[in-house]
Design a protein around this ligand. Structure first.
Ligand code: HEM
Length: 270
């Protein structure tokens, strides 16, 4: 299924739900690895594994999908929460039905038991919100289609929240931060979010998930940003994120609080 700004689906409609589960085992020996692998295989039964799926950048992943990730040498957390031990095993499940997510979470927690600490972040797949037709063509027309996990073997998961000040701004004012614009604070003309992402757009597959219950909720993330790329493009990802963080080029980041960044390998199974 594809979605487009011009489709009859209204802007911001929820199309599916997703959850990422992060597992941090106390001990990771062969016995635990084998057990976790078995749990992953059990979970995968009810879902379509998208490891080898290829598709247009605008295509939604199939409903009832699953994918597995494992920590690799690149799993360095560059964000402010670097003290948090990275999870070794991560799984994402997506479904059109929210109760399926609740069931999946119960099942994961029940099966994992005391083997590992499990934490979850929740998101919703939505049609884009701030995207004008020009922005849509710009940001999605050249966007990197999804490639098999054998090629685009890296994934990066970064939850983000925005400040109360951001959410208090009128939507039209927030919109301008995505375009080249004049920064009201410095008076300088700045490239803004989308222009800074342009080089990466054609190389790095990206997804944006929204908090399914709405924005600005205390203690929750507003977004989960998600990326897939080949080894050769990891440097470009870092460069792009660094430029997003540079508030002289992207004043939007003044309103951003980043969560723990997780980086690992997409895998067919744990
Ligand atoms: C480096 C990593 C990136 C991060 C962490 C990131 C983060 C985000 C976040 C959190 C939002 C939602 C903001 C909001 O609605 O207030 C967003 C939206 C958006 N991003 Fe990025 N982004 C990244 C790279 C890119 C790239 C490479 C492009 C390509 C041009 C891009 C284009 C857009 C567009 C067009 C939107 C608006 C979508 C909408 O209207 O719903 N971003 N991004």
């Amino acid at each position: 299924m594809t979605f487009a700004a011009h489709d009859s689906i209204p802007i911001g409609t929820t199309l599916a739900y997703t959850r990422f589960f992060f597992l941090r085992p106390d001990v990771l020996d062969d016995k635990v690895r084998i057990k976790l692998r078995g749990i992953g295989d059990q979970l995968a039964r009810g879902f379509f594994n998208v490891f080898d799926l290829e598709g247009g950048a605008r295509d939604l992943p199939p409903h009832e999908m699953i994918q597995f990730f494992t920590l690799n040498g690149h799993g360095v957390d560059k964000s402010a929460n670097a003290h948090v031990l990275p999870a070794t095993h991560v799984v994402q499940v997506t479904s059109k039905y929210r109760p399926s997510m609740v069931d999946a979470e119960k099942e994961i927690r029940r099966r994992v038991g005391t083997l590992a600490e499990v934490s979850a972040i929740r998101g919703a797949v939505r049609t884009p919100r701030y995207t004008s037709s020009e922005m849509y063509t710009w940001a999605y027309g050249t966007a990197k289609p999804r490639a098999s996990g054998r090629i685009a073997s890296n994934s990066i998961i970064l939850p983000i929240r925005k400040t109360a000040e951001w959410w208090a701004m009128p939507a039209m004012e927030r919109h301008q931060y995505f375009y080249p614009h004049r920064d009201q604070a410095s008076g300088a003309t700045v490239p803004g979010h989308a222009e800074l992402g342009r080089k990466a757009a054609g190389k790095i597959h990206r997804r944006l998930y929204y908090n399914p219950d709405g924005e600005g909720r205390a203690g929750e993330w507003d977004f989960i940003t998600y990326f897939e790329c080949a080894d050769d493009d990891l440097g470009l990802f870092d460069e792009t994120l660094d430029s997003m963080r540079d508030t002289t080029k992207n004043p939007e980041w003044n309103f951003v609080e980043e969560g723990p960044l997780w980086r690992g390998t997409r895998s067919l199974r744990w």
